[in-house]
Design a protein around this ligand. Sequence first.
Ligand code: ZN
Length: 692
Amino acid sequence: MNETNNTPQSNNSAAPARKRTRRPFGNKDKANPNADTRTPATPSAPRARAANPNPRGSSQRPGGGRPQRSGGASARPRGRGPQGNRSEGAGGARPARARGGRRPQQRRSDKAPALTHRLGADEAQNHTQIPDITDEDTVRIITVSGVEEIGRNMNIIETKDDIIVVDAGFQFVSAESNAPGINYILPNTQYLEERKDKIRAMVITHGHLDHIGGLPFIMERIGNPPIYTQNLSSLMILKRQEEFPHMEPFKMNVVKEGEHFTVGKTRIKTFAVTHSIPDAMGVSVETKHGDVTVTGDVKLTHLEGKVDEQEAADWINVGKNNNLALLCDSTNAWQPGFSSPESIVLDTFDELVKNATGRLIIGTFASNFERLFALIASCEKYGKKVVLEGRSMKSNIEIAIQAKLLEVKPGTFIQGNDIKDYPVDKIVILSTGAQGEEFAALMRMSTNQHKFITLNERDTILLSSSVIPGNEISVQILKDNLYRRNVKVVTVQSAAIHSTGHGYAGELTWIRQTVNPKFLIPVHGHHFMLKSHYFTAVENGFPKENIVVPDTGTIIEIRNGTDISVLPMTIPNDQLMVDGFTVGTRQEVVLRDRKSLSEDGMFVVIATVNSKTGKLRKSPDIISRGFVYLRENQQLLSEARVLVKRAIEKSTEGQHPIDLEIAKEEVMNELSRFLMQRTSKNPMVIPVLIGI
Ligand SMILES: [Zn+2]
C-alpha cells in the first residue's frame, strides 16, 4: 500500500509544480480479505448499527447461495482437501480423451469488444427499499467501497437534488479474494444505476487505478455522467480509455486545483493535496449546512513534522469553510507520527546516480511521477542517459511531458538498443516491474530474456517500492533471479529509496485539526486502518460520537447539520466483478466450482442405462482431471464402478418409468462420500446417465 511518495521541494526535482504522487499505475493495489464473505445472490440483510466505531462483528452478509444443480454438476461447498496433489490423469475403462490436449493458458484481456453487463433483476427488486431524500436539510454520504479493503475507492455525496460521485477505483484480484478467474472487483453501482438521472458529476481525485480503474466498466452503467478532474488524471483516464474503443466517449471536464464548479444545484470546490502522483486534489461539496470535504489519498509535505508553508496555507484555506464532514484517507492511520518525506528518497537517488560505476537499473512504479522526474533530473545533472523500460513507464512519461509536468533535454532519453554505444557508467534504466510482475521488464532482465539488456556484476539494481501485500512471492522470485546474475541489489530495507504516499497518524491529525470538521468519516483502507484513524482522532480530543467508521455500502445521513446517523440498511453491496467480458455481481456457483476444480479436480462418470430395466448396459466410463493419478489407482476405479452400478440399479429398482435424475443424485452422493473416504479429496462429481 505504501508504494510511493510525493515530492517535497527538493532541489533536484525536475518538476516545477508542487508534487503529489503515489500508487502504481499498472500495478497492483492488492488485498481483499473480505471478498470471500460476499454472497451476492442474496441481498444483504439490513444491518443496523450505532453511529460509531462499529465492530464489524458478524455483519457479513447472510450466506447461502443455494447450490445450483445443472447437468448433474455438484456445486456443494467443499472443504479443502490436502494440498499439493498434482497428479492427474484420464483414466477409466476407456480414457475418453487424450491427455495433454489442454489449451495453452490464454492471457485474459479487458479490451472487451463489448462488455456484457449482467445485473440480476431479482437482486434489484429484493433489496430493502432505501428512502429518497425529500428535504433540503439532509445530506447523505455513502461509502460505496474502499472502506473494508485497499482499492476500489468510491464515495457518494447526495442531497435532495443531486448526487456527486467521488472516485471509481477497482481492485485487482488476489488469492485472498477467493474469486478465481475474475479480473477485477468493482464498486457496486446498483444504487447509482437506479438513480442515474440524479448523478451530476463523477469527480476523480487523482489518477491511481484504485481511484480511476473502475471507470471503463461502470460509466455506461451509471449513465456516463460528466467527469471532473485535473489534467494529468484526465490524460491517464483517456489513455486507458483507448483500450475500450466501443464505449461512448467520456464527458471530460478538466479543472485546476483551487477552482470550483457547479453541477446541478451543487457547488464543488477543489484544493491541492500532496500524494505520490501529481495533480491530486481534494474536493469540498457544498451543502446547505456545510461542506462535505473529501481528501482523496493524501499525505503532507513536511520537514520533521513542520508542514510546508504552501501546503499549510492550502489546508488552512479549506479550514476557513464550514466543514460539515471530512472523509479522510486512512491507509497509514495505524502508523504513528509523520511519514518520512520523499526528499530523503530523492537525495539518496541523487547520490546513487552520481556514484554509479556501472549501469543503474531502477525498478519503480510507473505512476511514481515525482520520483521519475527527480531521477531524470539527476541523470541530466550528471550527464547520464536514460532508458525507459516497460509500457506503462513509457506511456506515463509521455503523458507527463504532454501535461507539461516534465521537460527533458534533447538527448537525455536513448533507446534500449543504443545502450551499447555508451559507457556503462553513463546508463540509467528506469524500469517497471519492481513488484515482480511476470512480464515486466525487470523480470525479463533477471531471467536473461531481455532484448537489449544482459545483466552483469557491474550493474546495480534498485527496487524502489515497498512490496504490496500479496506480491511477496513474486518479488522473492525476482530477487532470486537478480542475485543469480550477481548484480548488486539495493532494496527499501538497505537504503532510503522509498517513501509512502499516505500520511501517518500525525499528518491525519494535523489535517483534521486544520480542516476542523464537525464529523469525521475515515475512508480508504481496511477496517483496522479506519478504526486506527478513529482511535487517533479520539485520543486527540475529537468527540467520538461525531465519528462514523463505515463499512462497504454504509449509508450515513446528516440532518440539519447536527444529527448524524447510519441508516439500518446498506446500499446493494455485493461485489461487482469483471469476469472476462462480463460485468456482474459474483456468480457464487461459478466461482465455487472454479475453486473446487482447482483444489480437488473433477470426476466424471458416464453410464448407459437400459431405460426399461434400469440395469447398466456396460461398465461405466470414468474420466477425471486434477483428482488423483488414475493409472496408479486402478483399484479405486473398479470399486467406484461397482459402487456406481449398485447405486443406479438400486435407485431404479421398481421405478416405472425410470427417473434417471434420482439415480444421478444417488450416484453423486454415494460417489462423493466414497471418494472422500478413500482419498480425503472432494472432487466435483459429475454423473452422466444415458437412458437407452
Ligand atoms: Zn492514490
